[in-house]
Design a protein around this ligand. Structure first.
Ligand code: 5GP
Length: 194
């Protein structure tokens, strides 16, 4: 297994998607894992690019076949990382998973270090909760109920910071990006020395 498995988590609306997308675009030695989900695509999202959008039945079949590295049900929908997708890409590159805290800790518990010797957990956090709330209400991509559910989850996610190897504060996007890129570079170097 050549690459490092980077797992990036953080509360909804914290900007981790933007950071991760730019990171992978700028860095040809990184691949972004495309997860499966049963939630409906948002405007502009494409099957196979942001997610593989599956029906509940399709997801449950793949779950029963043991196709997922980890999976979780939140906000009433399933989300899961495909084993095949990650394993294939790790042969040549480092892989970034953008998944929630539960999934991240499950991967670390179940696969590190026996299957993936280099797993690095990074959490992106907001500078404060008010900023996050503002970002979430500006999103308009979900119902009020969904938005409140996500906010409730924020506290839980932030409380798990201590389990992570690195925490990046997204106050200024450019600074957060530089911090994240630096962590990735250093961790890849570290794994090459092993
Ligand atoms: P969204 O619906 O906004 O795209 O994502 C909601 C949450 O699901 C985010 O916290 C995201 O990181 C998480 N998520 C996305 N893909 C996966 C996955 O494969 N596994 C798990 N456990 N969480 C995921």
């Amino acid at each position: 297994m050549a690459g490092v498995l980077f797992i990036v988590s953080g509360p909804s609306g914290v900007g981790k998607g933007t950071l991760v997308k730019k990171l992978v675009n700028d860095n040809p030695s990184l691949a972004l894992s495309v997860s499966c989900t049963t939630r409906a695509p948002r405007k502009g999202e494409k099957h196979g690019r942001e997610y593989f959008f599956l029906t509940r039945e399709e997801f449950e079949n793949r779950l029963a076949c043991g196709d997922f590295l980890e999976s979780d049900e939140h906000f009433g929908n399933y989300y899961g990382t495909l084993k095949s997708f990650v394993k294939e890409r790790l042969r040549e590159k480092s892989v970034v998973l953008e998944i929630d805290v539960v999934g991240a800790l499950n991967v670390k518990r179940d696969y590190y270090p026996a299957y993936f010797p280099s797993v690095v957990l990074i959490m992106v956090v907001p500078p404060d909760l008010e900023t996050l709330e503002k970002r979430l209400s500006g999103r308009n991509s979900e119902t009020e109920e969904e938005r409140l559910g996500r906010l409730e989850r924020v506290n839980y996610e932030l409380s798990m910071q201590a389990e992570y190897d690195h925490v990046v504060v997204n106050d200024d996007l450019r600074k957060a990006y530089a911090d994240l890129a630096n962590i990735i570079t250093e961790e890849i170097k570290k794994s090459e020395r092993r």
